[in-house]
Design a binder for this molecule. Structure first.
Ligand SMILES: [Mg+2]
Length: 211
C-alpha cells in the first residue's frame, strides 16, 4: 500500500500537555527552594513563553537566588520534565488510527535533545511515530522548513502531507513554508492561515480519517 503521505506533529502543547507539566515542575521548584508561592504563575509564564530558556532561567534565578546557577536549574528542568509530561487524552489512539490508515508519522520540535527526546520516550511516543527531529540536533528551528526536510529525509519519504501544531508562527508557518497542509491545534474558532483548526490531535485524526 502506498502511503497517503507524512503527518508532522509539534510536540509541546500538541501531543504532550507541556503546560500541566510546567505547572507541576514549578510547584516542586517552589517547595524545594522555599520560594514565595505567589511567584508560581510568573515562573510558569516564563517557562512557557516563546523565548530562549537560558534567558528565562536567568530571570528566575534573579528572583529565587537560593535556586542556584541558571544553567544548573535548566539542566535539572530538562532531566525532570520528561518525568512530568503526559500525552493529551486520545492522542495515542489518534496516532494508531492514522498509522493504520497508512500515514507516516513524525515529530518536529524546537528545543534541547535530552529534554525533547526524553519526553518522546517517556510518554511512549517513540513507539507511536516513525521518527522525530529536535532543533538543537539539526541546527535549525521552526519555522525554518529545513527542520521538516531533515525529518522527511530521515524517514525516507517525500515531504507531502500535513503539519499539525499549536503554534501559529512556528508550526502553521513552517508547514506553509514546507508546502504542507496545516492544522492549527487551538481552542480558538479558526485561523485564516491554517487549512484546518482543531481542538486537539484526536479531532485532527477524526477529520483526516473521515476524508
Ligand atoms: Mg507547541
Amino acid at each position: 500500500m502506498s502511503s497517503p503521505g507524512i503527518i508532522v506533529f509539534d510536540l509541546d502543547g500538541t501531543l504532550v500537555d507541556q503546560l500541566s507539566a510546567v505547572r507541576r515542575w514549578t510547584d516542586e521548584f517552589i517547595v524545594r527552594h522555599a520560594a514565595d508561592p505567589a511567584l508560581s504563575p510568573w515562573i510558569t509564564r516564563e517557562l512557557t513563553a516563546r523565548a530562549p530558556k537560558d534567558e528565562a532561567f536567568a530571570r528566575i534565578a534573579e528572583k529565587v537566588p537560593a535556586a542556584g546557577h541558571p544553567s544548573e536549574m535548566w539542566q535539572e528542568y530538562r532531566t525532570r520534565m520528561p518525568e512530568l509530561v503526559e500525552l493529551f487524552t486520545g492522542t495515542a489512539d489518534a496516532l494508531r488510527g492514522l498509522r493504520q490508515a497508512g500515514w507516516v508519522l513524525g515529530i518536529a520540535t524546537n528545543g534541547m535533545t535530552d529534554n525533547q527526546a526524553g519526553k518522546i520516550r517517556r510518554t511512549g511516543l517513540d513507539a507511536l511515530v516513525d521518527g522525530w527531529v529536535v532543533s538543537a540536533e539539526v541546527g535549525v528551528r521552526k519555522p525554518d522548513p529545513l527542520l521538516l526536510t531533515a525529518l522527511a529525509a530521515q524517514l525516507g519519504v517525500p515531504l507531502h502531507g500535513w503539519m499539525v501544531g499549536d503554534g501559529l508562527e512556528s508550526d502553521v508557518e513552517v508547514g506553509r513554508r514546507a508546502g504542507l497542509r496545516t492544522a492549527w491545534v487551538s481552542a480558538a474558532s479558526g485561523s485564516a492561515d491554517a487549512d484546518l483548526t482543531v481542538p486537539d490531535v484526536a479531532a485532527f485524526a477524526d477529520a483526516i480519517l473521515r476524508r
